[in-house]
Write a protein that binds this ligand. Structure first.
Ligand SMILES: Cc1ncc(C[n+]2csc(CCOP(=O)(O)OP(=O)(O)O)c2C)c(N)n1
Ligand SMILES: [Mg+2]
Length: 353
């Protein structure tokens, strides 16, 4: 008579095990695409390491590192068409990059430059969302617009484990299900919401099942397995494009670094935990697979990291070459006509000079 959560079994989807061996059939990606995905992952890691150092040198502002989450982000973004819409949070530089946003925009963003939040024309992504789960409502609105316009676009938003406790998330799921919208809720369960562990975040056994009460299918995927992430996201994209409604994906992964550069994770998590996740590193796993396919070796690995360093050097030079913004600029692009409150704030600022 009772519907019991214990009766639900969720099996984590995996394609590549930690040794980089196939545990089931691989998605249909050719060698060229596999190498492209690996290149994205390595350059993203190099970017992250460099950005951490730039912050310590005072060259960028507060930074939210993503190291450890490359497979979750790149595997999912790779499944989208460039014409689809992406709604990122503050940790998604790699996903944005795969979706066509030049990396220097992410750096500009952390420098507090307004243009960091204003992506080039033709990049179908919204600005970084800092308000936890705010983008869940946007993804729903965007997917609704696509239904209305019949443009066959899919809208995907990235959310953290913490975001699933916000009302916006639940309201959005309900709308998306009732209206059968082409929306994808991609949850990166990186085990922590700042210092709050996953165990304190929810009483649900998984985040994958969060959509069920709303009538939304869900899947839990090994978020450090880029092939598995790509495969399940492709499935969600197909469903959305065929008009079958929204999907929810939980990618189980780990944030290797601090929440942001102003956080000290040693105060709330053990070194043993961090070490255990290093064994599951998404980059190492794909490298092992590529090596097994005999399309990768040490020489290529070295060359790729050298290329990554050069790419990042150019990204830094481009971002630092953009003239510093003015404070006045932060009032632009908010409303076409400034509201009385904005005018008041501006006047206060002027008086304080
Ligand atoms: C509405 C709202 N409440 C609180 C915060 C402060 N805050 C910033 S990040 C964060 C934790 C989010 O954790 P999670 O959703 O797991 O994402 P992660 O940072 O792990 O990627 C919180 C509470 C915020 N930005 N917005
Ligand atoms: Mg989290």
């Amino acid at each position: 008579m009772w519907i019991n959560p214990e009766d639900l079994t969720v099996t984590q989807w995996q394609v590549l095990n930690e040794a980089g061996e196939l545990v089931r059939e691989a998605p249909s990606l050719g060698h060229r695409q596999l190498l492209e995905v690996y290149r994205y992952m390595v350059i993203a890691r190099a970017y992250d390491e460099r950005a951490m150092r730039l912050q310590r040198q005072g060259r960028i502002g507060t930074y939210a590192p993503f190291s450890g989450q490359e497979a979750a982000q790149i595997g999912s973004a790779y499944a989208l068409e460039r014409s689809d819409w992406m709604f990122p949070s503050y940790r998604e530089a790699p996903a944005l990059w795969v979706h066509g946003a030049p990396l220097e925009y992410s750096l500009l963003y952390t420098m507090g430059h307004v243009f960091g939040a204003r992506l080039p024309e033709g990049v179908h992504a919204f600005p970084v969302q800092i308000i936890i789960a705010g983008q869940a409502t946007h993804v729903m609105g965007s997917a609704w617009a696509s239904t209305y316009l019949e443009d066959k676009r899919v809208s995907l938003c990235y959310l953290g484990d913490g975001a699933t406790s916000q009302g916006d998330f639940h309201e959005s799921l309900n709308f998306a299900s009732v209206l059968k919208l082409p929306a994808i809720y991609f949850i990166q369960n990186n085990q922590w919401a700042i210092s709050l562990p996953r165990s304190h975040q929810t009483g649900s056994a998984t985040f994958a099942q969060k959509g069920l009460a709303y009538g939304i299918p869900g899947v839990q995927v090994d978020g450090n397995d880029v092939l598995a992430v790509y495969q399940v996201t492709m499935e969600a994209v197909r469903r959305a494009r065929e008009g079958k409604g929204p999907s929810l994906i939980e990618a189980v992964t780990y944030r290797n670094g601090p929440h942001t550069t102003s956080d000290d994770p040693n105060r709330y998590r053990s070194q043993a935990e961090v070490e255990s996740w290093k064994q599951k590193d998404p980059i190492v796993r794909l490298r092992r697979y590529l090596t097994g396919l005999q399309i990768w070796d040490d020489e290529r690995e070295q060359a790729l990291w050298q290329e990554a360093a050069q790419v990042i050097e150019q990204v830094v030079a481009k971002a630092e070459g953009v003239p510093k913004g003015t404070l006045a600029e932060s009032f632009d692009y908010v409303y076409a006509t400034p509201t009385p409150r904005l005018q008041e704030q501006w006047a206060t600022l002027e008086r304080g000079r």
